[in-house]
Design a binder for this molecule. Sequence first.
Ligand SMILES: [Fe+2]
Length: 238
Amino acid sequence: MIFRQLFEPTSSTYTYLLACSETGLAVLIDPVAEMVERDVRVVDELGLRLAYTLETHVHADHITGAAGLRKATGCRTAGPAMDEIPCRDVGLREGEALQVGTIEIQPLFTPGHTDGHHSYLVDTGSHKMVFTGDGLLIDGCGRTDFQSGDPATLYRSIHDKLFTLPVDTLVYPGHDYAGRRVSTIGQEKRRNPRLAGKSEAEFVAIMAGLNLAYPQKIDVALPGNQRCGDGSAKAPSA
Ligand SMILES: [Fe+2]
């Protein structure tokens, strides 16, 4: 499998390129509108054909590059079916894999950050990788205080679904604000300060005490993402 971890610095978003080395078919997980040109260039440089963009959830902190990439490459746009985004071409559900050449992407329903949030599990044959969006982050987790978020639901998603994966599964988050790129399920179980050894009630109390600022881009990002980012190639003012 061909793999690249790409970064957008304004929202500290990771976009993941996965491609089948036999067919050259590629998928971009959580692309960002401002980075469409870069993403097209990377796909071209590697001699790949973009088959899909794939969203973990409806983002509040950035606008998706899905529509821009569809326009530029003819790819199809995919994401959780339960988000009910009309401009998406493919709706995914847990239990129904997305096939990209020889790569099988397994959606895992991991609500809590949003009510439709999914993670994506890939088994390369030599190791497992899970793309956790804004559910599980390295030494942290996604916020649960807006956009249908719910801390008890997120706790159960992480404990029941992500923490039951093999401990050496590689964890690739949707964001990192301190330059960390990858972790493992074992590392997060052992040392994530919000989750390691914490009960559901303790986790809910931690999340309730965060007092986070209102997301700067939410008022442009949510309507923009309802349109798959169409007409949003320029950076919205923060
Ligand atoms: Fe998010």
